[in-house]
Design a protein around this ligand. Structure first.
Ligand SMILES: [Zn+2]
Length: 238
């Protein structure tokens, strides 16, 4: 699928999602999400994207970025992030999946599997709707749209690496990344598994791999125009 078409579908899918899920009423946190997003977007190399950042009013612990820079963060994941730098870990990781077009490959596979079915649907005019649904599934948007499959281990490692680079360039302390994943991993015990974790196994290997990249990330962080360190806390609700 050509990138332009992927971006058009991403935009359509994003607007459908936000029209079904209310925006957060917390102005401080919505502004904070927008601020972190804008800083990451500024170092992403994709000034051509129509970036949008939305905080959704929901206890769901999830986040996603659709092709073209459409980012949604669910309120439920903010306490796990603890501070702006923790939020930058999640946002830069999801943005990295979109920049690397990780959903595209899965989408192509799903489209091929569904080829025969879609030929039939095309005749009944459901082709575009099904294609959009597959894109949403490929980028792990909302469980109601289908079974959320994790990205491959290789794609996860790549998104961790790109994400770490982005957050460091955006001026957030990259040390927040391994500590986020360690903290996130310890959440699983005895609770319902958060949506984000069901697709992101937060094991020690992930944290170790990030630790190994820290020297490189610290060089980028040292070169960042502005440093925000850990930023504002997300543990106060006001
Ligand atoms: Zn991921």
């Amino acid at each position: 699928m050509p990138e332009g078409q992927e971006i058009a579908l991403g935009s359509q899918a994003y607007h459908e999602t936000i029209s079904n899920e209310p925006a957060s009423k917390n102005t401080r946190l919505s502004n904070l999400v927008n601020r972190v997003g804008q800083r990451i977007a500024a170092v992403s190399g994709r000034n051509d994207y129509q970036w949008e950042f939305r905080l959704i009013s929901s206890p769901t612990q999830n986040a996603f970025c659709l092709p073209g820079g459409k980012v949604a963060i669910y309120e439920g994941i903010l306490p796990v992030c603890e501070d702006e730098a923790g939020l930058a870990v999640v946002m830069s990781h999801e943005i990295a999946h979109a920049l690397a077009r990780h959903g595209g490959e899965r989408m192509s596979q799903n489209l091929a599997v569904d080829g025969v079915k879609m030929m039939a649907e095309k005749l009944t005019g459901d082709y575009a709707a099904r294609k959009k649904q597959i894109l949403m599934e490929a980028y792990r948007v909302g469980s109601k749209y289908g079974v959320l499959l994790p990205y491959s281990r290789k794609q996860e490692s790549e998104a961790d690496h790109i994400g770490l680079t982005l957050m460091a360039k955006a001026g957030y302390d990259p040390a927040a990344a391994p500590s986020f994943w360690t903290r996130f991993g310890s959440l699983a015990k005895g609770q319902q598994m958060p949506e984000f974790m069901s697709t992101h196994p937060a094991d020690q290997r992930r944290a170790n791999d990030l630790m190994a990249l820290m020297e490189e990330a610290n060089v980028l962080y040292a070169q960042a125009k502005e440093k925000h360190n850990r930023g504002e806390s997300l543990l106060t609700s006001a």
